[in-house]
Design a protein around this ligand. Structure first.
Ligand code: MTE
Ligand code: MO
Length: 310
């Protein structure tokens, strides 16, 4: 029997390789079927199709984690590379993109590539992946033996994986509801944006008062600044006290923020100059000391088209 020059990791998973692979195939088939059905499901009472698709997707993710640990040594050791390695890498990329696009979409992702949104890409990748799984099974599948499914610990582990993915679903839904609540918050503020470049404009902003947002977080006693970081890495910070009264805006004059004015989130900081009202916020960080680098971030951000809001 060959011994590999690295320690064998035997205990990573109690599922036999074959059971993992067959479960993956089953999950892929279920994902494909629920996915196709969900394409034509539009009635409220068909909600369970979407739930099922989500659960199956998460199950796939957990199973893949197991499979990946098994094949990882073969992927990273050049000595073990062969023609199949390239297929394995392509498959890994495909799976990552297919699952990632679905999860990101459900999480509210609004990313476009080549004119298609995440859901469009998820559907295309799902079809390609399903075809690839069928080919892979035809070429490489090994029969499931009795010892692959026998044994109390194996059965327990198998069920735990399945239950784990089912439990993810309500957790994800709760997180999303909390997020929706934040976004539909009703704090309003009339404030004047005063640009150093020479224009000013008084508008009604709506969103969540940052003090309320901070109440959700357990702040360190040394927290002194709140930094607002935009997708272009343009950032600015406010002292904690002041940040409490500022607004993280989602709406301008009761309309959802346009891209131009900072969708999805922008800072409304009354009494501060326009350049401090960070647009296109994706991160908020609480700092213990001032952030001198933020000044530079404003200049470097404008080197790119995105940074200039194009
Ligand atoms: N991320 C980011 N936020 C930004 C800017 C920017 O270039 N990038 N420009 C600032 C400047 S200089 C001003 S005056 C206001 C303009 O906001 P408005 O486009 O909603 O009028 O946004 C500020 N927020
Ligand atoms: Mo400005």
């Amino acid at each position: 029997m060959a011994t590999w020059p690295y320690p064998a990791k035997k205990e990573w998973c109690l599922m036999s390789p074959r059971l993992t692979d067959w479960s993956l195939a089953l999950a892929a088939v279920l994902a494909f079927m629920t996915g196709v059905v969900s394409l034509v499901s539009g009635l409220p009472q068909e909600w369970f199709i979407f739930v099922l698709h989500g659960i199956v997707g998460l199950w796939l993710l957990l199973l893949l984690w197991g499979k990946l640990q098994r094949v990882w040594p073969r992927l990273i050791h050049p000595r073990r590379w062969d023609r199949r390695t390239i297929y394995a890498l392509l498959a890994l990329l495909l799976v990552t993109l297919a699952l990632g696009s679905g999860i990101w979409w459900v999480g509210g992702g609004a990313w476009y590539f080549a004119g298609f949104n995440l859901l469009n890409w998820h559907i295309v990748l799902g079809f390609v992946l399903s075809a690839a799984v069928v080919f892979h099974m035809l070429a490489r599948a090994k029969r499931l033996r009795k010892r692959d499914i026998a044994g109390r610990r194996r059965v327990l582990h198998f069920s735990a994986l399945l239950l784990g993915s089912a439990a993810f679903w309500p957790a994800q839904q709760l997180a999303e509801r909390a997020l929706d609540e934040l976004v539909s918050a009703g704090d309003t503020l009339e404030a004047t944006l005063d640009c150093t470049g020479g224009f000013y404009s008084t508008q009604l902003w709506r969103g969540i008062r940052i003090g309320r947002l901070l109440d959700y977080a357990a702040l360190h006693t040394n927290a002194h600044y709140v930094s607002f970081i935009s997708v272009t890495s343009y950032r600015w910070s406010l002292p904690l006290e002041e940040a409490h009264t500022a607004l993280l805006a989602t709406h301008l004059n009761e309309e959802p923020l346009s891209h131009e004015h900072g969708f999805p989130l922008r800072l409304v900081a009354p009494g501060r100059r326009g350049f401090e009202w960070v647009k296109w916020i994706t991160h908020i960080e609480v700092l213990t000391s001032p952030d001198p680098g933020q000044v530079l971030s404003i200049f470097t951000s404008s080197f790119t088209d995105v940074g200039r809001g194009k």
